[in-house]
Ligand binder design. Structure first.
Ligand code: GLV
Length: 315
């Protein structure tokens, strides 16, 4: 069984992935540009491969994304329709995401971004302090990452609600559950901070628009750790100007890298991160891939494997 490793890696990163995957699976994947037989490739391990890359592999039987979000893969019309697709579900990535969510929520709650702005102005100006249990945090998306972030925020003492498109199974984890479009505006109206960890699908693209932002109480904070296309950036800037939002922490953008002339770079109310909220750890991700491959080879149906993507649903 031959593997292909394809993605928009730099050469060093590609070799780190290849070494980690070889160590975990016992098979050394081929990489783009090498002299392999396309007809021998049965498994593709991909991280944003160039569109069309997975066409022309007649023996392909499984695609495993090394990225958690598969929106770009699913947007490729040449992705072979009948081949099961798995996305990365790595506890190490979820833990990193929960750390970033916690940092952003803490900094918003305690006004540390405001202190950073005042430092630049040499302004010594304390502001009032609220307890964590007075701060209402809504996490959009309760998948692997959203749930990890929400649990971490609960553990930190915040009042945490989770919002999902479809009703999630109930759980006794301290996270208030809200589902469906009709539940969103009332929930936003009762949110001091919103953390977005939704998958990007046709149903969630552009969700964070002027209507969404108008539903927030004045002075709310937004943390986007999911995909740039969830946010209508012009609407976000308008909401900041209107004082609807006090601060935004953005890790993802409509165009990445964020263009040099983008207003977010210079906006003191916006904290820009270069898509690093949860970097994939090659070694732990490779063990996730190896475990899924072993289960698949042992006969587990693809639909029962961790991270199986329902293409209709989009994640
Ligand atoms: C990162 O954004 C990922 O989808 O893994």
């Amino acid at each position: 069984m031959d593997f292909l490793l394809s993605g928009d890696f730099d050469p060093a990163e590609r070799e780190r992935w290849r070494a980690a995957l070889t160590a975990a699976t016992g098979a050394r994947p081929w990489c783009d540009g090498e002299a392999f037989d396309p007809a021998a490739i049965e498994v593709a391990l991909v991280a944003n491969p160039p569109p069309g890359r997975l066409a022309g592999l007649p023996a392909l039987r499984l695609v495993h994304s090394l990225w958690a979000g598969v929106d770009r893969l699913l947007a490729d019309p040449t992705l072979p329709a009948g081949v099961p697709l798995l996305r990365m579900v790595d506890p190490a990535m979820s833990a990193a995401m929960a750390e970033t969510a916690l940092w952003a929520v803490l900094a918003l709650h305690r006004g540390f971004f405001a202190y950073a702005r005042r430092q630049r102005e040499r302004r010594w100006q304390p502001h009032a302090q609220r307890r964590a249990d007075e701060v209402r945090v809504t996490v959009l998306g309760l998948g692997q990452m959203g749930h990890a972030a929400a649990r971490r925020l609960v553990a930190q003492g915040y009042r945490v609600a989770g919002w999902t498109l479809r009703a999630p199974p109930p759980a006794d984890d301290g996270i208030g559950r809200h589902a469906g479009a009709a539940a969103l505006a009332p929930l936003l109206g009762a949110s001091d901070i919103v953390v977005n960890l939704l998958p990007l699908t046709p149903a969630t693209r552009g969700l964070i628009d002027s209507r969404f932002l108008a539903a927030l109480p004045p002075g709310a904070g937004l943390v986007n750790l999911a995909r740039g296309a969830h946010v209508v950036e012009a609407d976000l800037l308008a909401a900041l100007d209107a004082g609807r939002l006090r601060d935004a922490v953005l890790d993802v953008f409509a165009a990445e890298p964020l263009p040099a002339d983008h207003p977010f770079w210079r906006d003191p109310r916006v904290t820009v991160l270069p898509h690093v909220a949860a970097l994939t750890d090659e070694r732990s991700a490779a063990t996730v891939v190896a475990a899924s491959l072993a289960a698949w080879r042992a006969g587990t149906p693809a639909g029962a494997l961790t991270g199986w993507v329902d293409r209709q649903r989009g994640y």
